[in-house]
Design a protein around this ligand. Structure first.
Ligand code: PHE
Ligand code: ZN
Length: 886
């Protein structure tokens, strides 16, 4: 990053991959930790790679002060080239030699939070993807795997806890109030999995015995004040360990497994071998401070990082283009885990719907915009820009399709073969797909493997157009499925994908037609399926469970969608039918001329009422059905986007739902509001979610009719709440409705929780995301920038205010006067000066500017151009804005 600040960024290409010229077999690191000047002694055993022509050793380094280089104990000549340390006079032959490098760095000035940095007086490291080079000179690439011994020395009073990967083998006191600890990690690993932590922390410890009888120690390290918020993470970790053993036969391979929480972290969490480092947001929870969503996120992120121990660490990536090899697979695993934890079929479906919602509202736009890239990208300027929803979530869908094509048992077989072949290696996405196919030679995956792998190579969301034809004479129903995929940057045409379409047929009364359930596997531009013995035209239920990450286009009538909404056996498609109905109405109202009236009709409202009052459906599912498609999702369906119009339409729809179903919302609230002592299980969380939606609706209705009863009740519930979920929902209902009690509640909320960082983040985010009314959102956010609790340098806090506004408040951002874009521009530049990764993510908020209607489009472009024209832009932000303008 910083090393590349000057000049035009170097593009790294997948096709240029070459194996390393040297191997590093072992690393012995000694740290003298000091915030202003940390000394790092790095002693490596290095040997030439005999498979590669002899060449100098080029080690990566960034922001390091080099003091000494020794080869086999002797001084040696070296030169610097573009940040790299180049050693030419090395011993000949392939015998290992010892290379010793002594450097210093300055952790307290490390604002990028990559490499070694200080957060609230504690040292942390972050090395993925290319942060290790900020700690010492190294072959900073994932296919170089070594064993590590790490000695940490530091002031004992300030840094009583000294942690690194693996097992603690020695510790003791030193002169001058200092102490040391030595850690040995027996597993070979790439340097991006290195970690150390040193500081004043306490831990929750949990000894466990695995199914095979081995003993392990699990530990979660936090600040003293947060110890009472670690129980849920520990429970989640134990559940994840048990799940991976049961479902995939994958045991914990370490005596000790540690999680450490830090307030300053660019991402969610990091799977360093045996020493996972987490953003506090994904560890800390108690009922008073964390919501159901927080609890669910913690469960899945703790599991995700733990699952990386096999999918990522034991088998790692050959190069960073293969990132989805570990991330797509591990997201798939954490999604499956969360579904299994949720339990009931209905709760599983709820989790699936939530995952698909993320995919469609975040990944589909990415895949249709200037940053579109294949799941396995072909090139990058800055790898940090490719930790994307495409690599993660679409990558997980690709793995899920493999499971659909080979079956659950076949998938477990494939994973087993993958580990048999590749344990301890750094491999590619092809290696994974090959193992899956080889373990299932008779499956459609094996049959179409080369075509299937286009999911890794081709960007863009495929479209599947479905047309049904009923022939009363013959009693046949012929379904034709045609696929296509729009061009994406650098990929004007696409070859056909392999698309598994799970489906079934219903009659018009909603009964499932026996024998019509099947998995249709598309692998050509057009596929036809014929169903025989049909008495009448059926209603097709296609792409059940969202069996492929595609856009399905069909010409089902509203009546047919209503049949699916009321009766489909597939809960995902029930939800989807409701979304389609809502979307049609939203789009019609957006496209219509003149002022926005009432977009919703009686039939739709009745259908929503029927779902809300349904005796057998779960509350969580009802909440999903009754939540309208997001503004950004509506925008994606349009060629030209007027964000203000979309906002006005969606708000009008919400108001209609609020008024037309008023009594039903009252009923829903009364039925679901009492849930006893807080437990974060899926069932009671669903009840709380529906209660929250009901309160939002009732406060919204009260805004129009001026009746103070429901705002009053909501305020009371806010004050009386015994858990954060109920409290936050009541607060949000008041603030979102723009009720004056919302201001009072916000002030009280701040008073009560001002010492809780993560709760303050919610307080900022709620205000940043609250609906824009007559342009009030931007000034509100600008005022909050000046709030004493606001801190731009803390990524969580910066995101809670700025990213929430720019990514999740379209009507606030897209102002006709362009002031929202100017705000975006200034914040991107301001943050880029000290943390390019966070800035680059924020920069992506204007990705879709080309779709905007005027005057938004020109104003957005001007803001992006202003960023692009800025001198000294990071590689990270430069890549994002130059692709946006390309
Ligand atoms: N590898 C981490 C994960 O997904 C994410 C991450 C990437 C964290 C880069 C920090 C830096 O589990
Ligand atoms: Zn991951």
């Amino acid at each position: 990053m910083t090393a590349l600040r000057e000049g035009s960024p170097r593009i790294v290409r997948r096709e240029d991959y070459a194996p390393p010229a040297y191997w590093i077999d072992s690393v012995d690191l000694t740290f003298d930790l000091d915030p202003a000047k940390t000394r790092v002694l790095n002693r490596m055993r290095v040997r030439r790679n005999p498979d590669v022509p002899a060449q100098p050793l080029r080690l990566d380094g960034e922001e390091l002060n080099l003091a000494r280089v020794l080869v086999n104990g002797q001084g040696t000549s070296f030169k610097m080239d573009g940040g790299q340390l180049v050693l030419e006079a090395l011993p000949e032959g392939t015998e290992p030699f010892e290379l010793e490098i002594f450097t210093t760095c300055c952790p307290e000035k490390n604002t990028q939070l990559m490499g070694l940095y200080v957060s609230q007086g504690t040292f942390f490291t972050q090395c993925e993807a290319e942060g290790f080079r900020r700690i010492t000179y190294f072959l900073d690439r994932p296919d170089v795997m070594a064993t590590y011994t790490v000695t940490l020395r530091a002031d004992k009073a300030k840094y009583p806890v000294l942690l690194s990967n693996g097992n603690l083998v020695d510790s003791g006191d030193l002169d001058g109030g200092r102490h040391y600890a030595r850690w040995e990690d027996p597993h070979r690993k790439p340097c991006y999995l290195f970690a150390l932590v040193a500081g004043k922390l306490v831990c929750r410890s949990q000894p466990i015995i695995s199914r095979s009888g081995t003993e392990h120690l699990l530990q979660i390290y936090v600040r003293q004040a947060d110890l009472d918020k670690t129980e849920h993470a520990m429970q989640s970790l134990m559940a994840a360990i048990a799940w991976d053993e049961t479902r995939f036969g994958l045991p914990l391979d370490l005596q000790r497994f540690m999680i450490v929480a830090t307030s300053d972290f660019n991402m969610g969490a990091m799977e360093n071998k045996g020493l996972n480092i987490f953003n506090t947001k994904f560890v800390l929870a108690n009922p008073a401070t964390a919501t159901d969503t927080d609890y669910a996120n913690i469960e899945s992120v703790v599991a995700h990082e733990y699952f990386h121990n096999w999918t990522g660490n034991r088998v790692t990536c050959r190069d960073w283009f293969q990132l989805s090899l570990k991330e797509g697979l591990t997201v798939f695993r954490d999604q499956e885990f969360s579904q299994d934890m949720a339990g009931s079929p209905s709760a599983r479906a709820v989790k699936r719907i939530e995952d698909v919602r993320v995919l469609r509202t975040a990944q589909f736009p990415e895949d249709a915009g200037p940053m579109a890239h294949p799941v396995r990208p072909d090139q990058y300027a800055e790898i940090n820009n490719f930790y994307t929803v495409t690599v993660y979530e679409k990558g997980a869908e690709v793995v899920r399709m493999m499971q659909t094509l080979v079956g659950r048992e076949g998938f477990a077989r494939g994973l087993k073969l993958y580990f048999e072949r590749h344990d301890g290696q750094a491999v590619t996405c092809d290696d994974f797909a090959q193992a899956m196919a080889d373990a299932n030679p008779d499956s459609p995956l094996a049959q179409h493997l080369e075509a299937f792998k286009r999911w890794y190579a081709q960007a863009g969301t495929p479209r599947v157009r479905a047309q049904g034809q009923f022939d009363p004479e013959r009693g046949t129903y012929t379904l034709t499925l045609r696929q296509s995929c729009p061009p994406t940057p650098g990929q004007p045409t696409k070859a056909p994908f392999v698309i598994p379409v799970a489906m079934g047929l219903l009659d018009h009364q909603g009964h499932a037609l026996p024998g019509t359930e099947r998995l249709v596997v598309l692998h050509e531009p057009e596929t036809t399926v014929v169903f025989e013995g049909m008495d009448a035209a059926p209603v097709p239920s296609l792409l059940r469970g969202f069996s492929a990450p595609v856009i399905l286009e069909h010409d089902l009538s509203d009546d047919e969608l209503l049949v699916l909404l009321a009766h489909d056996t597939d809960p995902f498609n029930r939800w989807e039918a409701g979304q389609q109905l809502a979307l049609r109405r939203a789009l019609a109202a957006v496209r219509a001329a003149g002022p926005v009236h009432e977009p919703l009709d009686g039939a739709f409202l009745e259908a929503m009422r029927a779902v809300l009052r349904h005796p057998a459906l779960d509350a969580a599912f009802k909440e999903l059905v009754l939540t309208l498609p997001a503004e950004t999702y509506i925008a994606e369906q349009l060629d030209e986007v007027d964000p203000q119009r979309i906002h006005a339409v969606r708000e009008a729809m919400r108001r209609q739902l609020a008024h037309a179903l008023h009594d039903d919302w009252v009923w829903a609230y009364e039925q679901h509001k009492d849930n006893g002592a807080y437990r974060p299980d899926a069932f009671s969380a669903g009840r709380r979610a529906l209660t929250g939606l009901a309160l939002h609706m009732l406060c919204l209705a009260a805004r129009d009719n001026g009746n103070p009863v429901w705002p009053g009740k909501t305020y009371q519930r806010f004050k009386d709440a015994t858990n954060m979920t109920d409290r936050y929902q009541a607060l949000s209902a008041l603030v979102t409705a723009g009720h004056e009690l919302g201001q009072r509640a916000l002030a009280q909320f701040h008073d009560r929780f001002h010492a809780e960082e993560l709760v303050l983040d919610k307080w900022f985010a709620l205000q940043a995301g609250a609906p824009d009314r007559d342009g009030d959102a931007l000034p509100r956010v600008q005022a909050l920038l000046q709030h004493p609790d606001f801190n731009l340098r803390n990524p969580n806090r910066a995101r809670s205010l700025i990213s929430t506004f720019c990514h999740a408040n379209p009507a606030g951002l897209h102002r006709a006067d362009g002031a929202g874009y100017a705000f975006w521009r200034d914040r991107v530049l301001e943050i880029d000066a000290f943390n390019p990764q966070v800035a680059a993510r924020l920069a992506r908020a204007l990705d879709r500017w080309r779709k905007l209607a005027e005057p938004y489009r020109s104003a957005a472009r001007a803001a992006i151009e202003a960023v692009a024209a800025h001198e000294g832009l990071s590689t990270d932000v430069r890549e994002v804005v130059s692709r946006a303008l390309a």
